[in-house]
Design a protein around this ligand. Structure first.
Ligand code: C5P
Length: 226
């Protein structure tokens, strides 16, 4: 049992970027490899959980033992997340595009004729906030991520309150994070686990090790009576 501390639990994980179409050949996206989110899904499955991973477009293979739903846009990711409920815990590691183009072109926008396209943007739904504030259907434990380039902890505490989640995994994705080559796309991560009780700063470690540590914390939290 100690090797499968999440046996009998259900988990939802979002991972990767979303792609927001401009037209059939162009899109808006955030930088995200999906490595951290996929590692969390894999670690949770290895710990015995039934895991649904909702993945934006990534080049990673589907983790073994995980139900993977592939999506493109933020709106598709939200629909897939809602369809995966109810779950015991949800981890939102995806780098969701904040905006989408109001009216994506049905055909490829041609250069020239009409001058430079003026893209009108509209805000995407906040998937984390939507699920964290749902009644009924809110998972018992809701974990968000905060990728920041400055004021990492202050921004994370602010996000915890604003989004209605229980924990924020905050990471410093600035060029001077101390991780050679940077966090994004790399295999190592430097994170702080921010909860209403305080902050745990974890050592720089591989994204797989961050995933295992987070899964251990999730298992401990779900073990307590609700
Ligand atoms: O507001 P910000 O994008 O910095 O918040 C990051 C957290 O919120 C991450 O956990 C991310 O997966 C989640 N998020 C989301 N839907 C959005 C924007 C962010 O689920 N539209």
């Amino acid at each position: 049992p100690t090797s499968r501390p999440l046996a009998g639990k259900t988990l939802l994980v979002t991972s990767g970027p979303t792609h927001e179409p401009i037209d059939p050949v162009r899109y808006i996206a955030n930088r995200s490899s999906g490595k951290q989110g996929h590692a969390i899904a894999a670690a949770a499955a290895a710990a015995g959980a039934a895991v649904t991973l909702i993945s934006g477009p990534v080049t990673l293979a589907d983790p073994p033992g995980v139900t993977v739903v592939h999506v493109e846009s933020a709106r598709d990711m939200l629909a897939a997340a809602e369809a995966a409920l109810p779950v015991d815990a949800a981890v939102f590691a995806a780098a969701v595009a904040d905006w989408r183009v109001a009216t994506a072109g049905a055909q490829k926008i041609k250069k020239g004729a009409a001058g430079t396209p003026q893209l009108a943007l509209v805000e995407n739904p906040d998937i984390l906030k939507t699920i964290a504030t749902r009644t009924p259907g809110r998972p018992r434990l809701v974990v968000g991520f905060a990728a920041e380039t400055e004021n990492v902890l202050a921004n994370a505490r602010d996000k915890l309150a604003r989004k209605g989640c229980d924990w924020i995994v905050a990471n410093d994705v600035s060029a001077d994070s101390g991780i050679a080559g940077g966090v994004m796309g790399g295999d190592r991560n430097s994170v702080h686990l921010v909860t209403t009780d305080g902050v745990d700063s974890w050592p720089v470690q591989s994204k797989d090790a961050v995933a295992r540590a987070l899964v251990a914390r999730i298992a401990a939290a779900l073990k307590d009576p609700a």
